[in-house]
Design a protein around this ligand. Sequence first.
Ligand SMILES: Cc1cc2nc3c(=O)[nH]c(=O)nc-3n(C[C@H](O)[C@H](O)[C@H](O)COP(=O)(O)OP(=O)(O)OC[C@H]3O[C@@H](n4cnc5c(N)ncnc54)[C@H](O)[C@@H]3O)c2cc1C
Length: 374
Amino acid sequence: MTSVDRVLIVGGGISGLCLAIALADRGVEAEIVEIKEEWTVYGVGIIQQSNVVRAMADLGIVDKYLDAAFPFEHPCLYGPDGSLLAKLPALRLAGPDYPANLGVSRPALHKVLTAEAEARGVRVTLGQTVSDLASDDSGVTVTFADGATDRYDVVVGADGLNSKVRDILFGDAYEPRFTGQAVWRHNFPRPEAMDHLCAYPSPEGNAGLCPLSEDLMYMFVTSVEPGNPRMSKEDLPALMRDRLKSYSGVIGELRDQISDPDEVVYKPMEVVFVAEPWFRGRVILIGDAAHTTTPHLAQGAGMAIEDAVVLAEELTGKSTVNDAFAAFHERRYERCKTLCEASVQVGDWEISHSPDADHQGMLVKMITLAAQPI
Ligand SMILES: Cc1cc2nc3c(=O)[nH]c(=O)nc-3n(C[C@H](O)[C@H](O)[C@H](O)COP(=O)(O)OP(=O)(O)OC[C@H]3O[C@@H](n4cnc5c(N)ncnc54)[C@H](O)[C@@H]3O)c2cc1C
């Protein structure tokens, strides 16, 4: 076993909190520094697939997680007229008593993860980050942004797309890249019939509805946004309606209700992938800091959560930190790379209207891949 007793996690998002929970359960003191002064997450939802339900079971928090979510089985693809095109696989990877897939609001997920981390004694410092990391044979000397220093056995960069830890490790070798697309999201009250993920692919983009709770669902639509234009907040409702103009049926009816700028969440798609081992010395990256992809396959957070599960296993299961990091990397690199590239590919098909596009085939292939053991 490694002599890892004390780990600093930079970033209190999905991957950082999951790692802190997994480490605490293995008797490792995990501490989080989060740059935000107030720990808030934006109020839309997230789709989590069967491999995430399985990972939450591995973390030992699946029941509380399910209480905060809306479970469903088959995601479905529909034509513009609402006719069913395809029922995607529903795999109950956490066991027969657990659902295949679910939707959950980001604040609800954050609340569960925060409560579970707090219950395990994880210390969280808000409004704090690192400015320097000096790794040696026995640990890492951390200099914080306020000038304080401390010593840890291992430091984990779980600080997302614009990772500071990634910059410290790799300089400017990996900068986020705008893919040419954006995604628009809006919450709505959930009608009873909207009880599974419904996707409505069109040549202009991919719209969909996902249930989040008994009362809530969210709508999303992807769009091509050449030049990554800046959108002013008051224009967002009209622009989102415009991106949905080709839709009729349920999407068209909901589109016509979009009017409040506070309810529209607009996000350009940016990606980054660290194409070499995600660690140097005793510092390692997980989640979006190592591999941010597009939302087309709804697997970004899934990969981040799996990273947390695997890193905690390896850190407490190998005799040296280097062996643990190498084993983690071996288990994660190709899986994340394949999923990230496939997700970007789907976006590229939408941008180019490629005749080779096979969204449905890609979805089934990646659901099958994600179901493989981690
Ligand atoms: C539009 C959109 C839709 C998506 N939909 C889905 C989906 O349906 N399903 C899915 O699985 N995934 C989805 N994703 C991907 C998912 O949101 C990410 O993969 C996931 O949030 C990654 O988690 P993370 O903890 O690694 O990073 P983040 O969630 O980005 O968390 C990083 C944390 O680190 C903090 N931080 C940043 N810099 C510093 C610093 N210097 N010091 C300290 N703290 C810092 C941040 O404030 C944040 O709290 C979507 C992404 C987008 C953009």
